[in-house]
Design a protein around this ligand. Structure first.
Ligand code: COA
Length: 331
């Protein structure tokens, strides 16, 4: 059976940089609090008129260029985002239209911070079964337009950023290369702990003035619960993937944890007893970009940690749902 191999990764973030000092001007917070609790120093936020599909298209075109592919080489698009530009259709179709690829399938994945890995599982399965040989996998997110940037929303607003990452995946028969396995999990008992309530189809109308005023349109996060589950689930799911592949933590050349916040990533590293040179984080510059954070971090991490063909790369995520996932890849 062929495996899915990463041919290239392209990324994009909005040009507008929002520093912690910029947030201090809008809410009761401090650079010290944000850095100490989350590690974030700055993030990129879109400007009016810039959306998920814009970032995704930029990232996708970069990935295609790096792979030496024409858009017409792409046989299917897997698009992970929870922040679609419009209620429907999903951004996968918008991106497909922009790339000029009428007829090819475009599927949207709504698994929040685990979206890129859920998407990788779908793309990898398509490639393994021979349904498609070349798949474009995208994680793209615009969180900033949905945040409460007043003091009321400060626990969440300081964490999140906007961005996109795209990967060109191709079938390979090389036994020393490709996605070894992807582990996926969810626990719907925790849907409320990290969620966006409105607009929603259960409401008539889907959003009311009252919901806008009382803040129901903004994300809700029980930070400490998220923290406690994330630092258990992420190491656990990496170990699960390693056990299935008959590998050890010492075999990992690079671990890229979803950039939820730096303290979570550091706790995951400690739990897996990985050295600093085996892990890469860049939340300091981008904040938590949800489905985009893994490709955004992976692209920089590959260079920073000198990953070569055949090296073992591990990815793991945790986020809304709760969902959590991991992937092991021979680069
Ligand atoms: N600036 C300053 N103070 C803030 C603040 C901010 N941006 N946000 C919250 N606070 C305050 C709280 O109001 C609270 O004040 P109080 O003690 O007077 O009530 C105090 O800081 C402590 O709040 P608490 O929620 O207990 O802090 P914490 O140590 O749990 O840190 C998070 C908050 C959100 C940073 C932390 O829970 C966390 O990292 N959770 C995981 C979040 C995450 O990764 N989400 C993404 C998942 S994919």
């Amino acid at each position: 059976m062929p495996r899915a191999a990463f041919v290239s990764i392209g990324t994009a973030v909005p040009e507008r940089v929002v520093t912690n000092a910029d947030l201090v001007a809008r809410m009761d917070t401090s650079d010290e609090w944000i850095q100490q609790r989350t590690g974030v120093q700055e993030r990129h936020w879109v400007v009016e008129g810039e959306g998920v599909a814009d970032l995704a298209e930029r990232a996708a075109r970069r990935a295609l260029e790096k792979a030496g592919w024409q858009p017409s080489d792409v046989e299917a698009i897997v698009f992970a985002t929870i922040q679609s530009d419009h209620v429907f259709p999903g951004d996968g179709c918008y991106l497909q239209g922009r790339l000029g690829l009428p007829g090819i399938p475009a599927i949207d994945i709504r698994n929040a911070c685990s979206g890129f890995l859920y998407g990788l599982s779908v793309a990898s399965a398509w490639i393994q079964t021979g349904q498609y040989r070349r798949v474009l996998l995208v994680g793209a997110e615009v969180q900033s337009t949905g945040l409460d940037v007043s003091t009321r929303g400060r626990d969440i607003a300081v964490i999140f950023g906007d961005g996109a990452g795209a990967a060109c995946l191709e079938a390979t028969d090389d036994p020393g290369r490709g996605v070894l396995n992807v582990q996926l999990h969810a626990d719907g008992r925790f849907t409320r702990e990290l969620s966006g309530d409105a607009p929603g189809a259960v409401y008539h109308p889907r959003v009311s003035v009252k919901q806008i005023e009382d803040g129901s349109i903004y994300p809700h996060m029980e930070g400490q619960k998220v923290f406690k589950h994330a630092i258990v689930r992420m190491p656990e799911v990496v170990r699960e993937a390693l056990a299935k592949a008959g590998l050890q933590t010492g075999d990992i050349k690079l671990l890229v944890p979803h950039q939820a916040n730096l303290r979570i990533a550091e706790a995951v590293q400690r739990s897996l007893e990985l050295r600093d040179d085996q892990v890469f984080n860049n939340i300091q510059k981008y904040g938590n970009t949800t489905a985009a954070s893994i490709p955004l971090c992976l692209e920089e991490g590959l260079t920073a940690r000198g990953v070569r063909r055949g090296d073992l790369v591990a990815l793991c995520s945790f986020g809304a749902g709760f969902t959590w996932a991991s992937a092991l890849i021979r680069w």
